[in-house]
Design a protein around this ligand. Structure first.
Ligand code: SF4
Length: 250
């Protein structure tokens, strides 16, 4: 079986615990306005690789990853479910820590086959990094082109299955950086019992040159990048709402 791979980074330090071998999958159904990897959007392009080819650089440096493991990101790695499952099956034979960075958009509870595949993948997954892009459905559609319904349902499903999750949230002035939406995210997280961490990331325009070289208009050209302090303040708002909801009676 072959997968479509955009690229591989051999020394990731932010995509899961320890030092990570990070595999960028090709293809994503979302079109987030702040995406800095538009070159991963197009499915069935990139490099065609087998599981052994993808993991060659990992196994040949195994001692280096002793405290970490492998993270798949993209793009949307869950678009290539069979290949991803095959990849994780290989890693689990060697007891390697596995992590999926996903938008959750592929979750489809109405499709039995897709749910079986998901359960198989989750049985081989140690951690999910779940990007919640926006709590307001209408604004989520503007930001990504899709409803957030599946994303939030996916978060609930991961809770049912007790899969550890780190939530990721990007703050963008004029889009997500509003107290009410941040508080809503905190309250939503409080409904779940499997959240292990929260990463709040300031939007940055590093992907801008890619848009230009691909001939796309850069959608956030008038948006100012928030500072690290802004991200820290947003994180405090989310966590205060989370704490208040956890402590609320009933
Ligand atoms: S989900 Fe990720 S890869 Fe896909 S468009 Fe959004 S930011 Fe880009």
């Amino acid at each position: 079986m072959k997968g479509f791979i955009h690229s591989i980074e051999s020394c990731g330090t932010v995509d899961g615990p320890g030092i990570r071998y990070v595999i960028f999958f090709q293809g994503c159904p979302m079109r987030c306005l702040y995406c800095h990897n538009p070159d991963t959007w197009e499915p069935r392009t990139g490099k065609t690789m087998s599981v052994d080819e993808v993991l060659d650089g990992f196994y040949s440096n195994l001692p280096f990853y002793r405290s970490g493991g492998v993270t798949v990101t993209g793009g949307e790695p869950m678009m290539q479910m069979e290949f991803l499952t095959e990849l994780f099956r290989n890693l689990k034979k060697h007891d390697i820590h596995t992590c999926v960075d996903t938008s959750g958009i592929m979750f489809n509870p109405n499709n039995e086959i897709s749910m079986k595949q998901l359960d198989q993948l989750l049985s081989l997954t140690d951690l999910i990094l779940l990007d919640i892009k926006h709590m307001d459905d209408r604004r989520h559609k503007v930001l990504t082109g899709h409803s957030n319904e599946r994303v939030l349902d996916f978060a609930r499903y991961l809770d049912e299955r007790q899969i550890p999750v780190w939530i990721r949230h990007v703050i963008v002035p004029g889009i997500t950086f509003y107290k009410e939406y941040l508080q809503e995210l905190g309250r939503f997280m409080a409904e779940l019992g499997n959240i292990k961490a929260l990463d709040v990331l300031p939007y940055h325009s590093m992907g801008r040159s890619k848009y230009e070289s691909m001939g796309y208009d850069y959608p956030l050209k008038d948006t100012k990048e928030p500072s690290k302090e802004d991200a820290e303040a947003a994180r405090t708002v989310i966590l205060s709402a989370y704490k208040a909801a956890k402590e609320a009676p009933g």
